[in-house]
Design a protein around this ligand. Structure first.
Ligand code: FES
Length: 277
């Protein structure tokens, strides 16, 4: 069992979850994830580690409310316990001195890109952060990301921020302005990381994406997270989650992510009626 230290709604559909897990906090690294089960009958959900506190022994993750299990997570309160909280899982992100790194994030990826950007900054890179939010009220952790960035942009569809545009166009503009980008890193929903990857393909800028396929065990045993990268079968939970976006078979990934779409809708409908009759 792991104790919830804090559960907080950051923006309308995104929540922060801080869990007491000292063994994970003392060894996790940027880019890794945990698997959580909201209750004994719930599914196992992978959540990217967004921050940690070794002294307090806590792990912070951000999740978006989309289906039954994330709805259940959104109802947890301080002091509640979850039956499963395992990690750190996955390979840590590669952190080296590359030069100028463009870090892009959207939805839960805004938080997930934070420890990666921080580590890259500490390694001596120039960090340009570009966040995507459909509307300005969906943006969070702006201050934390600004603190580790040399330049900071937000692409949103309203005019509150500096780039009223979709992220691929903003990426192209940032690359044109900056002249030399040595690496792009993208975390967020599959469509966002796919479009970021496509925006850099013709320019030949190495683009690392954090893949988020359906996962079950998170330890390479079940095959649920199978992806094809450079024509080879990989398991995102143990070989990734970071991969070269220009080598990912995106069509297969999109199709595998939709495998339980109908069941997820039915499950949520059933749970909603049972929980809020
Ligand atoms: Fe089971 Fe990756 S989640 S092999």
């Amino acid at each position: 069992m792991a104790k919830i230290l804090r559960r907080e709604r950051l923006v309308p559909n995104i929540h922060l979850l801080e869990v007491h897990a000292p063994e994970i906090a003392c060894k996790c690294q940027p880019g890794q994830f945990v698997i959580i089960m909201p209750d004994e009958r719930g599914e196992r959900i992978p959540l990217t580690i967004a921050d940690w506190d070794k002294k307090k022994g806590s792990i912070t993750s951000i999740f978006m409310v989309v289906g039954t299990s994330t709805h259940k997570l959104s109802l947890l309160n301080t002091g509640d316990e979850v039956p499963v909280f395992v990690g750190p899982l996955g390979m840590p992100s590669k952190v080296e001195k590359y030069g100028t790194v463009l870090c892009t994030g959207g939805c839960f990826g805004i938080a997930a890109i934070y420890p990666v950007a921080r580590a890259l900054k500490e390694a001596g890179n120039k960090i340009i952060t570009l966040l995507d939010a459909k509307a300005s009220y969906l943006l969070y952790w702006e201050d934390k990301l600004k603190a580790v960035s040399d330049k900071f942009f937000v692409a949103s569809r309203d005019s509150y921020y500096n780039c009223k545009d979709y992220i691929p166009h903003v990426i192209s503009n940032v690359i044109k302005e900056e002249k030399k980008i040595d690496r792009v890193i993208s975390i967020g929903c599959t469509y966002l990381i796919y479009t970021c990857s496509e925006a850099t393909r013709s320019l030949g800028i190495k683009t690392i994406v954090s893949l988020n396929p359906i996962m079950v065990d998170g330890t390479g045993m079940c095959g649920a997270c199978r992806v094809t990268v450079d024509g080879k079968t990989k398991f995102a939970c143990v070989d990734g989650p970071d991969f070269d976006g220009h080598l990912v078979d995106w069509e297969e990934l999109f199709s595998r992510r939709k495998a339980y779409f109908e069941d997820e809708i039915q499950s949520l409908d059933f749970w909603e009626k049972k929980t809020f009759p």
